[in-house]
Design a protein around this ligand. Structure first.
Ligand SMILES: Cc1ncc(COP(=O)(O)O)c(C=O)c1O
Length: 392
């Protein structure tokens, strides 16, 4: 390995939400964190260098994200994901959730139905509900330790008049990397019922066990009422730069997305993000591959450790993302209750699955994006918690 993902980074003093704003766990800091979705890995050295070089220019006035930067995103998608779209299809934006907010604002009206596959990343509920759109849940089926789409339920719901669907691929929090057949079926169903396909692919490059993700953009020739959202934030641990990029095959759709964001005076990525995006997508191939290998090792470590010491905890084997979905159903506690106990008595910050809806009630979302030694410390505490609960 060229890069060292075992290296410990002390993030205290860097304004890290994960380490220094643990308010939902009842404290400011001090808990060993496995919650919010960033990693504790040092960024790609070339990206850090590119930002330092940008700092050499002492003027930080308004900037735009131009073709030089956008081309690196386009080439990455062509090289790694067989997406063949011209540069005009790429629209830089500030954040993925913000971009989804504007898509819903631009393409749907208050009262329109928006479908999500639960359990799912909960800010989706906020962008739907806070804009007066009606959320329609299509719960994933949980069977034999994995999740799949309930196609029958989905089509029934689409028939009843859904305006947009937020698809999450790979799926946070259940870790599915949807198959090419799944993605194609989703596109075809959206086409059949004329539904806006909002495909959040922010975790697309974080794939484990040799899996490959299929972007909905590969099917743009079949149907182009779609917006695909990506970013360097998860893949390269750059969430603090607040940048993203939309892939929008249809030019009219792109113009509407752009106009809707501009109405709120929200611009694209900042100048430091431009430097980072270019470097990540130009020099980051090996770094990403090695990170995926390391994360696969971490996922194996979690499954082996819990399998041996706390087999009561069900582990959903992830295909992608660095978020593991742990089933505590056998303890008969809710995710919120477990979250409080882990924070108060075991010094851990782990996200509760309760708020993700679907069958998330007794699940926890466990972020494995950290050095293995830190992961082991967290697992020791989880095992202690499970052992104590069994004794109750
Ligand atoms: C599926 C998904 N979408 C979007 C985001 C956040 O993206 P952004 O910070 O660009 O809004 C996350 C972060 O965890 C995520 O998991």
């Amino acid at each position: 390995m060229k890069y060292n993902f075992d290296a410990m980074q002390n993030r205290l003093g860097s304004d890290s939400i994960k380490w220094e704003k643990q308010l939902k766990f009842g404290t400011q800091s001090g808990l060993l964190p496995f919650w919010i979705a960033d990693t504790d890995f040092a960024a790609l050295p070339e990206a850090v260098e590119a930002m330092k070089q940008r700092l050499e220019h002492p003027v930080f006035g308004y900037t735009f994200t131009g073709n030089r930067t956008v081309e690196t995103v386009q080439k990455w998608y062509e090289r790694r994901h067989q997406v063949k779209l011209g540069i005009e299809a790429f629209l830089p934006a500030q954040g993925v959730v913000t971009a989804i907010w504007f898509s819903l604002r631009g393409f749907t009206k208050p009262g329109d139905k928006v479908l999500v596959f639960t359990p799912v990343y909960d800010p989706f509920f906020a962008v739907i509900g806070n804009q007066g759109r009606e959320q329609v849940d299509c719960p994933l089926i949980y069977e034999n330790g994995t999740y799949r789409i309930n196609w029958e339920d989905l089509e029934d719901k689409l028939k009843q008049g859904v305006s947009a669907m937020i698809f999450c691929n790979p799926h946070n929090p259940v870790g599915r990397v949807w198959s090419p057949e799944d993605v194609e079926k989703i596109v075809l169903l959206c086409k059949k019922y004329s539904v806006w396909l909002l495909s959040d692919e922010i975790h697309g490059d974080v794939v484990l066990y040799g899996n490959h993700y299929t972007s909905a953009a590969r099917f743009a020739g079949v149907y182009d009422k779609m917006i695909v959202y990506t970013a360097i934030s998860k893949t390269f641990n750059m969430a603090g730069l607040h940048s993203s990029c939309c892939l929008i095959p249809n030019q009219e759709v792109k113009q509407l997305q752009d106009k809707t964001a501009r109405e709120a005076w929200v611009m694209g990525p900042n100048c430091m993000a431009n430097a980072a995006i270019e470097a990540c997508y130009t020099y980051g191939d090996q770094w990403v591959d090695e990170q995926n290998e390391y994360l696969t090792g971490n996922a194996d470590f979690v499954m082996d450790y819990l399998g041996e010491h706390a087999p009561e905890v069900g582990v959903v084997k992830p295909e992608g993302t660095y978020l593991m979905w742990l089933d505590f159903g056998k303890l008969h506690l809710t995710g919120d209750e477990i979250m409080k106990k882990l924070a108060a008595n075991y010094g851990l910050a782990v996200g509760s699955g309760t708020g993700y809806r679907g069958n998330g009630e007794s699940f926890m979302r466990f972020n494995i994006g950290c050095p293995r030694a830190v992961l082991e410390q967290g697992l020791e505490k989880i095992v202690q918690f499970v052992t104590d609960e069994k004794g109750v």
